[in-house]
Each structure stands twice: as C-alpha cells, then as structure tokens.
Design a protein around this ligand. Structure first.
Ligand SMILES: [Fe+2]
Length: 189
C-alpha cells in the first residue's frame, strides 16, 4: 500500500488504461482506500496541515503525473473558505477527502452546446465528503461539471486522480451568473 504517491504506478496505469465506465469505480476504490491508510496519511497528508492553516487560497501540494499523460494523481489543500470555479475536465476524474470535509457541488448543462461561449447551467446536487465517505467521480466534459471547496472552519485535504485527457484543452470554466463558458488550457482542479 502507498506511503508515497509514486509507489502505486502499476495500479494507477492499469486503472487508467481501462474504458471510462470500468475505470471510474476502480479509481474510486483506489482513492477511498488510500485516504484511509495510516501510512499514507502520516507521510503525505498530515505534514501539509501546518501550511494549510495559514494559506490563503487552495493549491495543489503534490502531484504525480504519468510521463505519457495516462493519469495524474494530485493532492489538493483547501484552507477554510476556499473553493474552485465551476468547471469540468477533459478527462474523467475521481476524488476523495483525506482530511477535514470538502463540499462538492454538481451542475447540469441545459443548453445544447451549439453557441460558442454560452452555457446555461442548473445546480444539480451537493454533497459533503469526509475521509470515511469514499470517493466521488466525474465524467469528462458536460457529464462532470462541478465545484469543490471547503466552507468549513478548519483546513481540508483531498486526493484526486485524473484519467487520460480527451482533446486539446484541460477542461472548461463556467460562470453561470452570465451563462458563460471558456476553455481552460493547463489547469486541474
Ligand atoms: Fe475538478
């Protein structure tokens, strides 16, 4: 079992070479087990808390990327009161909370995507995730429009696994207050 993000490369590659429908439940199980493992928590997560207490924005504290882009495993730190923009990814994704509690919001896209720069969203659901709650998964593109954040009092940390990218861009950012969407070039959340 993992004590370093680089130790499970064979398992990660096996998961990320599968079709999306097969990969997602395995990715979720991988992350759910990872965030429960004491050695991983002790070596990779708990050392981040001191900085997380004083950081102002959320950030990626650690990441391990396959050389050929087959997967990316990333550790996100969420100081209290931080959240991402509403966005999607050009790959499937899975994430699990490793410390504290994170809030995930999911959105449905109501337009047909035919107008450049236009997207009409409706909030679908939101869920709080703690380390014992397992992992959430998102499909690529319109099937996984979401926002992650930490509205709580203390810091939170989550671990994210992204599959192979489909297409040129990293994903898209949405602004539902003005029905706007734009490509995002090299950024992951
Ligand atoms: Fe994301």
């Amino acid at each position: 079992m993992t004590t370093s993000l680089a130790n499970d490369t064979n398992e990660l590659r096996r998961i990320c070479e599968l079709p999306t429908g097969s990969a997602l439940p395995l990715a979720a199980r991988f992350l759910a087990e990872l965030v429960q493992h004491p050695a991983f928590l002790g070596s990779q997560i708990l050392p981040l808390l001191e900085e997380a207490e004083v950081a102002r924005g959320w950030y990626v504290a650690d990441r391990f990327d396959a050389h050929d882009g087959a997967y990316s495993l990333q550790v996100f730190v969420w100081p209290s009161g931080t959240e991402t923009e509403i966005h999607d990814h050009s790959s499937w994704g899975a994430y699990a909370c490793a410390f504290g509690t994170v809030l995930e919001e999911r959105y449905d896209r109501l337009d047909d995507g035919s107008r450049t720069g236009f997207a009409h969203l409706k909030k679908g659901w939101q869920l709080w995730w703690s380390p014992e709650d397992g992992a959430s998964t998102v499909l690529p593109g319109d099937g996984g429009i979401h926002r992650v954040g930490n509205p709580g009092e203390g810091p939170a940390i989550s671990v994210h696994l992204y599959g192979p990218r489909i297409g040129e861009v990293d994903g898209r950012d949405y602004d539902p207050s003005r029905d706007y969407v734009c490509d995002r070039l090299d950024f992951a959340e």
